[in-house]
Design a protein around this ligand. Structure first.
Ligand code: SF4
Length: 294
């Protein structure tokens, strides 16, 4: 995302009274030079909370971590969140996370968060969950969580997670998931009918749930997209909101989709499978493409 685009989006959203700006990814520190500019743009329109979520890969030592976080704090970031789980620790050593937590506490933020993603449920016995829980416990025992808000969350099965992780999980039949509805734990919205937040990616896609697009902020102003949004006019959201993912799967089947036959972990898994097939029929509403195909 260019800084110019980020400034434009924040400026256009300002009239809706933004409560927070969340900068996530991917990994936002990969665009390290862009972060202070985005934060300054948010401060200019008086956004109360500016939140950056990161895996901490940049925190090789405590002093490096302090330097990075001080720059962000000085720019205006007041909430920092760290992703800590088996999936992230496959790439970012736990020592880096320790450095980031130490630095965050020393620099001082309004809130420091840590989020660990679990598969299926917190007590589901699988190696991913054991690694995540062990790491969180270790950090707690070693005193890294003094002022940190720790959240243990259930991973949403969409995108790569649906393809790569669903084989590890118990499934249910389509019929058993007939009554599934959107799970608001995973949405930046109260419901698809009542937007509370949207995400905007580097291509300008404005999404509710990842991969479900309500407009492109590079082509149309964000305020126009939000003003004119009506889920009943959106061919995918209308089905999801009024009926749920089971009906979306029926639409995909009518258009030629053959479900894998091993069932689905939950409604979101079923929704993602249907959307992945439907994207060729709804290229403007089911975007970005990278949410479905790498
Ligand atoms: S059912 Fe689909 S749109 Fe609803 S929360 Fe799950 S993935 Fe998102």
């Amino acid at each position: 995302m260019s800084l110019e685009d980020a400034e434009k989006y924040i400026g256009e959203a300002a009239r809706f009274g933004i409560e927070w700006v969340w900068v996530g990814g991917g990994e936002p520190f990969l665009c390290r030079n862009l972060l202070p500019g985005i934060v300054r743009a948010a401060k200019k329109v008086v956004v109360p909370d500016i939140h950056v979520a990161t895996n901490g890969y940049w925190a090789e030592t405590p002093s490096m971590a302090i330097r990075e976080l001080r720059l962000l704090k000085d720019a205006g970031v007041n909430i920092i969140g760290l992703s800590i789980d088996a999936f992230h620790q496959g790439h970012t050593p736990l020592d880096y996370v320790k450095s980031a937590l130490t630095a965050a506490a020393r620099v001082g933020f309004k809130r420091i968060g840590a989020s660990g993603q679990f598969l299926s449920s917190l007590d589901f016995n699988i190696s991913f969950n054991r690694v995540t829980e062990n790491n969180l416990k270790l950090l707690e025992e070693e005193g890294y969580f003094g002022s940190v808000q720790v959240k243990r969350e259930i991973l949403r099965l969409s995108g790569r997670a649906a393809d790569l992780l669903s084989p590890y999980l118990p499934t249910r039949s389509e019929e058993e998931l007939k009554g599934a509805k959107c799970d608001v734990r995973w949405l930046p919205v109260e419901s698809h009918g009542k937007l509370r937040a949207v995400e905007i990616d580097w291509e300008g896609n404005v999404t509710t749930c990842p991969g479900i697009c309500i407009g492109n902020a590079k082509e149309t102003s964000l305020s126009k997209i939000l003003d004119e949004f009506d889920y009943r006019q959106h061919p995918i959201l209308r089905i999801l909101e009024d009926h749920g993912p089971h009906l979306l799967l029926q639409l995909a089947k009518r258009k030629g989709h053959t479900p894998v036959g091993t069932g689905y972990v939950d409604g979101c898994h079923m929704c993602f499978d249907a959307r992945k097939y439907l994207m060729k029929f709804y290229p403007r509403q089911l975007r970005p493409v990278t949410c479905y195909i790498e």
